[in-house]
Write a protein that binds this ligand. Structure first.
Ligand code: SAM
Length: 223
């Protein structure tokens, strides 16, 4: 019997050319591609002339989708998953499907590609031998403060994702809780307005002129 497989496919975090040759080859071979947002992923598919059946898979419909997708995989289909940016499951949908597939012994294979965490860390100039990836912080004030206090004690480099709406708030919170640490603020990586600022927190805040786009902040661990 034909065995199904789920490919977890890393895609661009901005520049559409950041997609591997293998990802393109696998995309061409799929029976179904799960997309966080089918319209966004179609931009990539069209650029590379790839025709594949797409199905939306996102945080709003994953409960309904998981059994449907498992059925396809158990019927022997090749299924891929891509998110709007970077690697699925990394602060993006996918984990629950991968877990369900794993529990059922279905093949799950990575097609590695960009991820903002690694891209930001690689140019941060901060120690990369070991690091903590926190993803997005809790939004609620109390939980957020507690998490930041915990992270301030960390000796490894800390990497945080932040949305444009909260980046200024985050810089204020870091100043208060972490003090004037060395940080690297990466904005709009691989895009037209890419900017990477390095220095003490107070210096980086001084240098940051545009508070627009997507951000990753990397913070030096405690001495
Ligand atoms: N799955 C993605 C990955 O592998 O990096 C992360 C998706 S998460 C929903 C989106 C967050 O990733 C943004 O809020 C930002 O913190 C970060 N991010 C994504 N693309 C970025 C870019 N081009 N430059 C800087 N940060 C980016």
């Amino acid at each position: 019997m034909k065995e199904g497989i789920l490919y977890v496919i890393g895609g661009p975090i901005g520049n559409l050319e950041d997609i591997t040759l293998r990802a393109l080859e696998v995309l061409r071979s799929l029976d179904v591609l799960l997309c966080e947002d089918t319209r966004r992923t179609r931009i990539i598919l069209e650029k590379y002339g790839i025709k594949v059946k797409t199905l939306s898979y996102n945080e709003h419909n994953e409960n309904k989708r998981i059994p449907e997708v498992i059925e396809l995989l158990e019927a022997g289909l090749k299924v891929g998953i891509m998110s709007d940016a970077g690697t699925p499951c990394i602060s993006d949908p996918g984990y629950r499907l991968v877990r369900e597939a794993r529990k059922r012994g279905i093949n799950v294979s990575p097609i590695p590609g960009p991820s903002a965490v690694v891209a930001a860390l690689s140019v941060s100039g901060l120690p990369t031998d070991s690091f903590v990836f926190e993803g997005f912080l809790p939004r609620k004030k109390g939980k957020r403060k507690k998490k930041l206090q915990e992270l301030a004690e960390e000796r490894r480099t800390v990497v945080i994702y932040e949305s444009v709406h909260r980046i200024e708030r985050l810089l204020d919170e870091l100043q208060e809780i972490f003090g004037d640490r060395e940080v690297c603020l990466a904005r709009e990586l691989t895009k037209l307005h890419e900017e990477v600022l390095f220095g003490r927190l107070s210096e980086v805040r001084e240098k940051l002129k545009t508070v627009k786009g997507e951000f990753v902040i990397t913070i030096k661990g405690r001495d």
